[in-house]
Design a protein around this ligand. Structure first.
Ligand code: ZN
Length: 395
């Protein structure tokens, strides 16, 4: 009689281990009942065609239903052939006398190049990594597959881009582009959690890439070590599905708006200052654009981004993660994006306020009578040249 403590080698001496080619021939000919004795998550990742799934721990309780006759021909398999050997031994003790184990299990089967049934899209490693996503019916395999096939561009690897990049990478966004021409500075580290102390002086795109690749090898990082301008923006954003605006200055925000409306790319836009943050999602022609909301920027002396200003470090995390949340919803096609809504957050009072924002029919960019503007005019607004000229910006 077998015991759980008996060495496997001794158990295997009593078992008929057969080659996977022979097992395959028997099963395909309908001569044998094939039973997979692994755990449910292993079965879900991949299993053999024609197999019945009965986890090892439940086999003795259910074998009567699966194989009512003890003379029936049975082939068991597991990941290699250890669990299935113990299971076969237990069946033999019950009187099943025509039981074999497939040598090498499903691992050997796959190494031999034989086919398995696996859910389309996700690899076994991905099914494991994203299982807490796929368990959500709203996301499921399909939503995760969309995330893995999506391309998201982050404008800035700084205060808002840093936290949103980490969360989007963890979520399995397949391609993350990052636009930034700056290097990591010591004063960034209070809020830009994607960068580390030992990377001060390193280009932010390279530092972000290092963190993302360490977190999730599924993500393809594309570095755009440049500053967006009217000459390069259309080429850079054309490849992406969703744009994440964490720009630190108004000229870039207007430029991004005008180019994204032209190419009909959704933009998740947020900003933070001191203890306050705001966020909205601009989907061209479905809701307002940035210019519908802010036809002109505030005067330079009032524009907080034009000077070194204070900000509570966690505000970057809170608003950056709200941006990541919007991106995931847009990509997976779930929930209600912040289209036509401006969400304000006051961290000192811990209060959210939502304002409704409408499309401006006279908007110079997305309005009904908006003229075609020349590419060199994109992003321009009154006093554009003077705006922020020569003043340092908060990153
Ligand atoms: Zn507009």
């Amino acid at each position: 009689m077998a015991t759980a403590a008996e060495p496997l080698e001794r158990v295997k001496e009593r078992i008929d281990l057969i080659a996977n080619g022979k097992a395959r021939a028997e099963v395909e000919a309908g001569d044998a009942k094939l039973i997979d004795v692994r755990e449910p998550h292993e079965w879900d990742e991949a299993h053999l065609e024609g197999a019945v799934h009965v986890p090892q721990g439940e086999l003795l309780d259910h074998i009567g239903e699966v194989a009512p006759h003890r003379a029936e021909r049975i082939v068991l398999y597991c990941r290699t052939d250890n669990r299935s050997s113990r299971a076969a031994d237990a069946l033999q003790d019950l009187g099943y006398d025509n039981v074999s184990v497939m040598r090498g299990g499903i691992v050997g089967w796959q190494e031999a190049g034989f086919p398995v049934i696996a859910p389309e899209g996700l690899s076994p490693e991905q099914r494991m990594r994203y299982s807490r996503h796929t368990l959500l019916p709203e996301v499921g395999d399909e939503g995760q597959d969309r995330l893995l096939n999506s391309k998201v561009l982050l404008i800035g690897a700084g205060r808002l881009g840093a936290p949103s990049a980490l969360s989007l990478a963890a979520a399995g966004v397949g391609t993350l582009g990052i636009v930034d021409d700056d290097v990591v500075d010591e004063t960034n580290l209070q809020r830009q959690v994607i960068h580390t102390t030992d990377r001060v002086g390193m280009p932010k795109t390279a530092s972000a890439r290092a963190s993302i690749e360490a977190l999730n090898p599924d993500v393809n990082v594309v570095e755009h070590r440049t500053r967006l301008d009217a000459d390069n923006i259309l080429d850079i954003i054309a490849d992406y599905d969703v744009l994440v605006d964490g720009a630190d200055n108004f000229p870039t925000r207007y430029l991004l708006n005008d180019a994204s409306v032209r190419l009909q790319k959704p933009v998740v836009s947020a900003s933070i200052l001191a203890f306050d943050g705001q966020i909205s999602t601009f989907v061209p022609y479905e809701g307002p654009c940035y210019r519908c909301l802010y036809p002109v920027p505030p005067p330079p002396e009032m524009a907080p981004s034009c000077g070194a200003a204070g900000v509570l470090g966690v505000m970057a995390g809170i608003m950056g993660l709200l941006q990541a949340n919007e991106v995931i919803k847009l990509v997976a096609g779930i929930g209600e994006p912040l289209i036509g809504r401006l969400l304000l957050y006051d961290s000192l009072g811990t209060r959210f306020t939502e304002l409704k924002v409408n499309r401006d029919p006279d908007c110079p960019i997305c309005g009904d009578a908006a003229p075609e503007i020349d590419e060199s005019e994109m992003g321009k607004f009154p006093d554009y040249e003077a705006f922020c000229a020569g003043t340092p910006v908060l990153r």
